[in-house]
Structures are given as C-alpha cells and as structure tokens.
Design a protein around this ligand. Structure first.
Ligand SMILES: [Cu+2]
Length: 166
C-alpha cells in the first residue's frame, strides 16, 4: 500500500521534463529533520546532443551546488562540480554516493510528501543556456528504489567535508 502511494506521487510529481537541451527524470530530494541544514537531491539527466549542467538553485536553500561524492581512502569526500558534463545520448545519474545536487543552509525542514522548486541551468554545445524548472518530490528513499545499502544511505547523517570550498 505504502509503496503504491509513493509510486503514484512520484508519477504525478516528477514526470519527465522535456527541454530542448536536456531531459530530467525521476528527480527526488531527501527529507530532512528539524535542525538539519543540508540535504541532497537526485535525478537522472540526459541530453540528446550533449550538454553541461552549469547552475542549480532553489528558494528553499541558501546555497545550492552540484557535488561529487568520492571515497578518498576511508573518507567520503564531497566537492562542488561547477559544470557537470552530460555526454550526448548517455544518461547521467545523480544518486546517493555519487553526483548530487546539494542543498545547504536550508530555510526550513523538508517534509516527506511535499515538494520543492528546483531550477537547473544547462549549457548546450553552442553555449546557449536553457533553464529547466522542476518540482521535486520530497521522499526518504528513491522512488521505486530497491533498499540497497547505497539507496538507504542517509546523506544528511553522513560526515560531510565541505572544508575544501568554504
Ligand atoms: Cu554534497
């Protein structure tokens, strides 16, 4: 029952958004608890002719950045990615443990079942910019995801190292 409801919400709220430059699918943002100041948003982006994701913003966060998460030895590190390449015809997955949209300095907790506006700015091969406006559903796990260890990983509770870009 719970699974069905979640699937329905996801289908209603995050159907594919088509723009000339890029297509965004299956976007979701992880719910937060009171006092939590940062969270991650995840999605699958594809671009028929290739593009770069060069900007992200949301009114719910003071700072919004594209991040890359990588293991360095035993430490999970994040660093901002100013321009994320979306190769022609190959979807790039933003997911827990990898690339993600980082929402920092949150103005209020994000409650499960709600949604947030998120704007993505893409640059095509000729340098033209396109904005994609999304309404991203707030969830605790990826819609329709198997409960693997990566999917269940709690971004908000992860030790976060933002020292490199502060
Ligand atoms: Cu991050």
């Amino acid at each position: 029952m719970k699974f069905n409801a979640l699937t329905l919400i996801a289908a209603l709220a995050c159907g594919s958004v088509y723009a000339q430059t890029a297509e965004v699918k299956d976007a979701w943002v992880r719910a937060t608890v009171a006092g939590q100041k940062a969270t991650g948003a995840f999605m699958t982006i594809s671009a028929k002719d290739g593009a770069q994701l060069v900007g992200v913003s949301s009114p719910v966060a003071g700072v919004t950045e594209v991040h890359e998460m990588k293991m360095e030895g035993d430490i999970m590190k994040m660093r901002p990615v100013p321009a994320l390449d979306i190769p022609a015809g190959r979807a790039v997955e933003l997911k827990p443990g990898g690339y993600h949209v980082m929402l920092m300095d949150l103005k209020a907790p994000l409650a499960k079942g709600g949604s947030i506006p998120l704007t993505l700015v893409f640059k095509d091969a000729r340098g033209a910019q396109t904005k994609v406006e999304l309404k991203v559903p707030v969830a605790t796990v990826a819609p329709g995801a198997k409960t693997g260890s990566m999917a269940a990983m709690d971004h908000g509770k992860m030790p976060m190292d933002h020292s490199q870009h502060k």
